[in-house]
Design a protein around this ligand. Sequence first.
Ligand code: HEC
Length: 119
Amino acid sequence: MEKALVVASLLLMAGGGVHLPHVADANKGKILFQRVDLGGGTTGKSCNACHLGGKGLRSDLFQRKKITIMGMDKHNLAEVVNVCVEKSLGGVALDPQGNEMADLLASMKTDLAALKELQ
Ligand code: HEC
């Protein structure tokens, strides 16, 4: 009985049942921004092709409650990013709660902050 418990907890620890919180990483996000295969992209474009250094991202991006992108109303940034992943990269939507999404958002935040400093 006790042995079974030990085995079960070892399995839990090894099997990824325990998730450490992901710390969003702007530098990793920047690398994802350059990848044409993000989300399995098929158009040969990366986010950078259109948004290099925060281009085309409005300065209030992280404050807006509702964002309209390509005529569609979206309520959070992950949905907006996924419109671009699907329509611009020709890929499959990323997990809105996933690490890649968190890193992408962090890198956009950094770019926008840098743009603001230039003004
Ligand atoms: C082929 C060009 C193109 C590519 C590649 C592209 N986007 Fe976009 N993106 C756009 C256009 C055009 C808009 C504006 C659409 C509108 O205003 O309706 C936009 C809007 C956005 C917005 C909203 C900006 C705002 O302030 O409202 C975000 C965020 C965004 N894109 C993120 C991304 C991310 C992340 C990637 C990579 C996964 C990406 N985009 C790839 C063209 C592109």
